[in-house]
Design a protein around this ligand. Structure first.
Ligand SMILES: [Ca+2]
Ligand SMILES: [Ca+2]
Ligand SMILES: [Ca+2]
Length: 90
């Protein structure tokens, strides 16, 4: 006869903690796909993590990582880093 101890879900708890800690590791950096762009920034402008740092989504001549650094809109070709070129008053 077996008596006394009742089984405790220790193993299940350990597995849960392992999964949680693995997931939160990527969250801590804020860049789960490792492309150098903050995930929250990618989601804000693109809605997903499909864009790459060297990409130029709006074709304004500045890469996504440059627009990320400058704080400009990577989906708006009129919104880009640096001074506007060819705007010398006559
Ligand atoms: Ca990213
Ligand atoms: Ca761009
Ligand atoms: Ca832009």
């Amino acid at each position: 006869m077996i008596g006394g101890t009742t089984g405790k879900p220790v193993l299940a708890l350990a597995v849960m903690l392992a999964v949680l800690s693995t997931g939160s590791c990527a969250f801590a950096t804020g860049d789960t796909d490792g492309d150098g762009l903050l995930d929250s920034w990618e989601l804000q402008f693109f809605g997903d993590l499909g864009q790459e740092a060297a990409g130029d989504f709006d074709a304004d001549g500045f890469t996504n990582i440059e627009e990320f650094g400058a704080g400009t809109d990577p989906t708006d070709s009129m919104n880009k880093p640096g001074p506007p070129h060819d705007e010398i008053p006559h």
